[in-house]
Design a protein around this ligand. Sequence first.
Ligand code: NAD
Ligand code: TDX
Length: 353
Amino acid sequence: MTTYLVTGGAGFIGANFLDLVVPRHPEHRFVNVDKLTYAANLQSLASIEDAPNYSLARVDIADEAAVAALFEANDPDAVIHFAAESHVDRSILGPGEFVRTNVHGTYVLLEACRKRWGRDGGGYDGKLFHHVSTDEVYGSLGPEGLFTEETRYDPSSPYSSSKAASDHLVRAWGRTYGLPYKLTNCSNNYGPLQFPEKLIPVMILNALERKRLPIYGKGQNVRDWLYVTDHCEAIWKVVQDGVVGETYNVGGNNELMNVEVVDRIIDLVAEETGADPDELRALKEYVTDRPGHDLRYAIDASKIERELGWTPKETFETGLRKTVRWYLDNDAWIDAVRTGAYRDWIEQNYGER
Ligand code: NAD
Ligand code: TDX
């Protein structure tokens, strides 16, 4: 039996990950370590909350004493580290929490692993720190080229620079203390359970409610979209079969301009609900651009494909249809995330654009 501490397991990707691996691996124990911030939703974990190999620990990863007690109580073999402040626009309006959780929180976890597993503990044999990171650490591409694992770091936003810092800490703990680590840097995820502050759920829910569809700048920025379960399968594959000390880029080979994404959402919402697509198209509104807005992200995922045999299963068409259907079918989940704090955020972010 392996005990995995899965940080940030009540968020979008973490919950999809637990939903996939907990039922599939009754022989392992999964402890979800989550502070339960605005981005968490326990309803996302309804299908596994009673599983005998699953438990939840409400812990702030930046709290050294709480993390030490967590390690003492659970004696983990591996950490799969999803927990982060993840939204670029929030990082622009309030960067402090991003440094605290993403940088200091990662440091606290690394130190907890070093103390428990390192020279003073039982040793690093069979132990693993898997760090879940983003392609945004590489900065912005022009019209040509792809990010490889060798691309120089050049982050633009407080979010991406905090993730870049955390990547550097993980590699430094590997080189200096011998901590066994693996890293994945993934492109934009979409799918069920994504908090409605990110592009795709904002556009789906606004289209359903006939609210304006706010497109930053000219809408020409390009992102590489990957369905969330494809990302989760990639992480599990790297955790199981990846080489310690290696980094794997994960992407969907699926580059689209933001306006193209919005147009596809409009078509699908119209198709699924019988709405008039022209009425939905009229909701599109070009608003003030994001400061420091990266133009284009694109991933070369050939290393994980070649070395570990991972490829995405969903196309953007199949994945986006599933996603639209999921938001149509899950009113209770949507109501649960739309607290007063959510409404304040919408007002703050979009109010003056
Ligand atoms: P999310 O914002 O949906 O969820 C983050 C989770 O972390 C939440 O459950 C939150 O409660 C928890 N958390 C935040 N601060 C914490 C703290 N101090 N202690 C403990 N838990 C805390 O994020 P997501 O989109 O699921 O992203 C998960 C990870 O994947 C992040 O590390 C992110 O950088 C990375 N990533 C995300 C994407 C994407 O497109 N969403 C792409 C590539 C990489
Ligand atoms: O209302 C919007 N209008 C708009 O035009 C929003 C919310 C976004 N956008 C644009 C900005 C980006 O070019 O859409 C694109 C995608 O925006 P986000 O969904 O905020 O994602 P992004 O900034 O690309 O970052 C995401 O992918 C990489 C995640 O939030 C990160 O956690 C991940 O690391």
